[in-house]
Design a protein around this ligand. Structure first.
Ligand SMILES: Cc1cc2nc3c(=O)[nH]c(=O)nc-3n(C[C@H](O)[C@H](O)[C@H](O)COP(=O)(O)OP(=O)(O)OC[C@H]3O[C@@H](n4cnc5c(N)ncnc54)[C@H](O)[C@@H]3O)c2cc1C
Length: 470
């Protein structure tokens, strides 16, 4: 049967025919067809975006199920949205009107922890924190730790090339992937790598699929690198009278060669929100705060924090305190992880995700302050400053169309500043549907044309997450 490329929306008849084929050929696949049930799969965590209502939601439990679903979706020309836990911040897993959303959460088994080769083989529906805990029991460590690690899935982490709080030392999700099993749009299953640490056979398809946001294939299994579990962390908090001084401290630490496991920044508005929510006794007068952690072994942790403190004080910190013990350190890190939730208690939040070379963090912070003040937009900035990755969060009243329009203008100005500083419009959340217009601006038409060719080669009908990324 010859098929033309599919549109982002599809008609009820095609979905109806697809559903009867799924029911007949894949009876074990759980399906949601009731509109009230499907509604729960309309949005991811980008509540400020509008999204379509899926025509149906499928829950496969095996690679064979996923392959069958994609084969049938291709045959009927119905678009597919791959979805993990739905915590994404770019609209990548949000619904497309009338499309089939495929939720991977039932592929939730850790298949093997291979101690001899320091790797773990897992299905994509496993929650990041569950994987971390399982390998920790064996004395092993899977570093990638998005702040959402207790709720997001490994498949979503792979789909977005997720970052997190310890990238500054350990890198992003992509750095920990040895191989994948993926299902292509037509239902073909391929493997891209395995347990070998070094492998240069052919193009690196593994790295192509990681971060492709469900537009090139569905990941059904991953082989992830591990390392020995480090010891408990030592933690330092520094407070500053200006945001600029905190930015200078970040740049100074990088310049002096320090690689702490965590280097996070919270601005005044975020400090207040986190302290209101968790009553931590933070310095509520401070314009900014840095959270610095070391997981270096033994006395090296103290030495690393001493060196960080020297750089911080030279940059003009008003106070520096150290966590009394591991429990206090865990509390502080958890409070940082919950910063977005704390801000959401203040209003509707639109989170952005810009990144710049680390030496340019002070200029990015200055740009964010200048632009949001000029437009009178309420903004709370926090993020992984040690990676040069900051999240300006625009806070506005739900349903205020003028505020929503204004955040779009402010966001575009901040994106321009980030690009002028040699940075990116998204460091870890992905282009998704939220930032699509900026991909050619950042990468250039030539690079986007290459991406389109890859997409056309792997998904000629365009059924995989159409309208996302490119
Ligand atoms: C409070 C909070 C804190 C956060 N902190 C961070 C952070 O520190 N760092 C960070 O990077 N992100 C962060 N995020 C964003 C989000 O948690 C991550 O992007 C995460 O990786 C998404 O995982 P998920 O399982 O929810 O994926 P989803 O949102 O369901 O999907 C994300 C993308 O991956 C694709 N996808 C999902 N599963 C598959 C699969 N099996 N195969 C192919 N494609 C797939 C989807 O199509 C979509 O494009 C945060 C979100 C929240 C709400």
């Amino acid at each position: 049967m010859a098929l033309s490329r599919v549109d982002a929306s599809t008609d009820a008849a095609r979905v109806g025919a697809l559903l009867s084929d799924i029911t007949r050929e894949l009876p074990a696949v759980r399906l949601l067809t009731d509109p009230a049930d499907r509604e729960a799969y309309r949005l991811d965590e980008t509540a400020y975006l509008s999204a379509g209502l899926p025509g149906a939601v499928a829950f496969p439990a095996s690679t064979a199920d996923v392959a069958g679903l994609l084969r049938l979706a291709s045959a009927h020309g119905v678009p597919v949205v791959p979805r993990g836990a739905g915590t994404g911040l770019s609209g990548g897993a949000a619904g497309i009107e009338g499309a089939l959303t495929i939720v991977l959460t039932r592929l939730d088994r850790i298949l093997e922890i291979d101690r001899d080769n320091l790797c773990v083989i897992t299905q994509p529906g496993v929650i990041n924190a569950v994987l971390k805990a399982a390998v920790a029991k064996e004395g092993l460590f899977y570093p990638p730790d998005p702040a959402s690690y207790e709720t997001c899935s490994i498949g979503g982490n792979l789909g977005t090339n997720a970052g997190g709080l310890c990238c500054v030392k350990y890198g992003q999700t992509r750095d920990w992937v040895l191989g994948l099993e993926v299902v292509l749009a037509d239902g073909t299953v391929i493997r891209t790598g395995g347990r070998t640490v070094k492998d240069t056979a052919g193009y690196s398809l593994t790295h192509l699929f990681v971060g492709s946001q469900g537009t090139l294939a569905i990941i059904t299994e991953a082989t992830l690198r591990l390392r020995p579990l480090p010891g408990p962390r030592s933690t330092l908090l520094a407070f500053f009278a200006t945001l600029g001084a905190a930015g200078e401290a970040v740049a100074a630490m990088t310049r002096s060669g320090l690689v702490p496991v965590t280097l996070e920044l919270l601005d005044h508005e975020t400090i207040l929100a986190v302290d209101d929510a968790h009553k931590l006794g933070l310095d509520r007068e401070a314009a900014a705060m840095l959270l610095v952690e070391s997981d270096a072994p033994g006395l090296a942790a103290g030495a690393e924090l001493d060196a960080a403190e020297t750089a911080i004080l030279a940059s003009g910190a008003t106070s520096v305190v150290r966590a009394a013990d591991a429990t206090e350190a865990d509390w502080l890190r958890q409070a940082r992880r919950l910063a977005l939730r704390a801000l959401e208690l203040k209003g509707m939040v639109r989170m952005e995700d810009v990144g710049v070379p680390r030496s340019r963090v002070p200029e990015l912070l200055a740009g964010i302050e200048r632009i949001t003040a000029a437009h009178g937009v309420r903004c709370a900035t926090f993020g992984h400053a040690g990676d040069g990755n900051l999240h300006p969060n625009f806070i506005f009243d739900r349903g205020d169309p003028e505020a929503e329009r204004l955040t779009e203008v402010v966001r575009d100005e901040i994106f321009r500043v980030a690009l002028d500083l040699g940075g990116t419009v998204t460091a870890e959340h992905g282009i998704g549907s939220a930032r699509r217009a900026w991909l050619p601006i950042q990468r250039g038409e030539g690079a986007v044309a290459v991406m389109r060719s890859i997409k056309a080669a792997l998904d000629p009908l365009g059924i995989l997450n159409p309208g996302r990324v490119i």
